[in-house]
Structures are given as C-alpha cells and as structure tokens.
Design a binder for this molecule. Structure first.
Ligand SMILES: N[C@@H](CCC(=O)N[C@@H](CS)C(=O)NCC(=O)O)C(=O)O
Length: 237
C-alpha cells in the first residue's frame, strides 16, 4: 500500500491522479501546509524540504524496509517504474517522457509558483515581478501548445509527463493566461480533465480541503511566506 502525504495543491494532485489511474488502494495522510504541518518532525524525517507530496511504500520491489520519497517528479517516476504504467518501456519513449517530466519540474512548476505568488499573494504589488512571471508562464504554455500541435499527449501516449503538467494548467485563470490563445493545449487540457481518474483525484481534494485557493490569512502567510533556514532548524532541533 502506498501512503501519500498530501495537500490539495498542484504538486499533490499529480500523485493522486497517478494513484487514481492505476486503481490500487492507497492511503492519504493530509499535511495541511497552511497550518504548518509540513514542519512536523515526523514529516521532515522523510520530506526534509518541508514540502508535499511525499510517499511511503511499504512494499518496495526489493522486499526491504519501507521506502520513502519526496519530490513529485521522482515520485511519479518511481510509481511508473513500480507499476510498469504510464511510461513507455522503449528507450526513446521512456527518455522523451522523462525529458518532459523534468521540463515540468524545472520550468512550469517553479515559474507558475512564482507567478501565483507575485500576482495573487504578494501584498506589495511589484509590476516587474508580476510581468516577469506571467510572461514566463505564457511562454511555457506556448512551449506546451507547440509540443501538442502534432500529438495527442505531451510525450506520445498519456503518461506521467501529462500528469505532471496538467495540475499547473488547471489554474490558468489565476495564472493570468487565456486557454483560447493555446488551442492545442486547450484540446489536451479538456481530454485530460475528462479522464475519470482525474475527476476522482480532484473530487478527493475537495473532500479533504473544501476551501478553494484564495486569500491567505495573516497566520498562513507567516507560515508559508516567512520561511528561512531558521524555520527548518527550529523544526528539527
Ligand atoms: N519540487 C517540489 C515542490 C513541492 C512544493 O512546492 N509543494 C508545496 C505545495 S504545491 C508545499 O508543500 N508547500 C509548503 C510550504 O511552502 O511550506 C515537488 O514537485 O514535489
């Protein structure tokens, strides 16, 4: 059984989508990042970056002790290899899928995160930062749109590359983007959104956290946006 340490954010959704797709039982352990639960000692023991998602696999393929893993891209790759699903077996298909998975992890995720921060959360409105990240996300949506011009899914067949990117296209309005400007991306987005596993993953998120992302309270802002090395030291002391 996979135990998923999760909160209802794009990086969390990637893993519930995968687990819903394979249809095996899994257990969700909510980590409410708005309340600072990512700093709990037990969580930091296997997720030292104080971020969700993380997993514990109590039946790893080597038959050894439970395997723990953080970083959503690493988790998707691990689960794909473990189950033999959603990653091609041939060299070129596998490599292309990993390429686009890493692209999401290094580009779309971090830039969309900063875009969200400066455009939706920052109290001080900084036009340079707001434009910089909105434009960068616009460029990245454009890269995906071009990639999808001559294929149904990002790396050929539906794969972990799609599961990684999809949750970052869901909040396209909050990202200041118009899907109409990206017809191939829009077609792909609608195809992924209609998958029953994706529907179930987002339903599960609503059960766990009925509050949509919106205004952060002062307390939440202090937890999420006031972190330094001292926060990690204090939590692990
Ligand atoms: N690169 C990491 C990023 C994970 C991440 O940023 N998670 C956010 C939620 S989407 C989080 O846990 N934030 C908690 C915090 O900021 O303290 C991954 O993909 O797993």
């Amino acid at each position: 059984m996979i135990e998923l340490h999760y909160w209802t954010t794009p990086n969390g959704h990637k893993i519930t989508i995968f687990l819903e797709e394979i249809g095996l039982p899994y257990k969700i352990v909510p980590v409410n990042i708005n309340k600072g639960e990512q700093f709990k000692r037990e969580f930091l023991a296997f997720s030292p970056n104080n971020r969700i998602p993380a997993i514990v696999d109590d039946e790893p393929a080597d038959g050894g002790r439970p395997l723990t893993l953080f970083e959503s891209g690493a988790i998707l790759l691990y689960l794909a290899d473990k189950t033999g699903r959603f990653i091609p077996k041939d060299l070129r298909g596998r490599t292309e899928t990993i390429q686009w998975l890493f692209w999401q992890m290094a580009n779309l995720g971090p830039m969309a995160g900063q875009n969200n921060h400066f455009n939706n959360y920052a109290v001080e409105k900084l036009p340079y930062a707001m434009d910089r990240y909105r434009n960068e996300v616009n460029r990245l949506y454009g890269v995906l749109d071009r990639q999808l011009a001559d294929r149904t899914f990002i790396a050929g067949d539906y794969s972990i590359a799609d599961m990684a990117s999809y949750p970052w296209i869901v909040p396209h309005e909050r990202q200041g983007q118009k899907l109409e400007d990206f017809p191939n991306l829009k077609r792909w987005f609608e195809a992924v959104r209609a998958r029953p596993a994706v529907v179930h993953a987002y339903e599960k998120a609503k059960e766990i956290n009925p509050n949509p992302p919106g205004i952060r309270t002062a307390e939440e802002r202090a937890i999420l946006f006031g972190q330094t090395a001292a926060s990690v030291r204090a939590a692990t002391r």
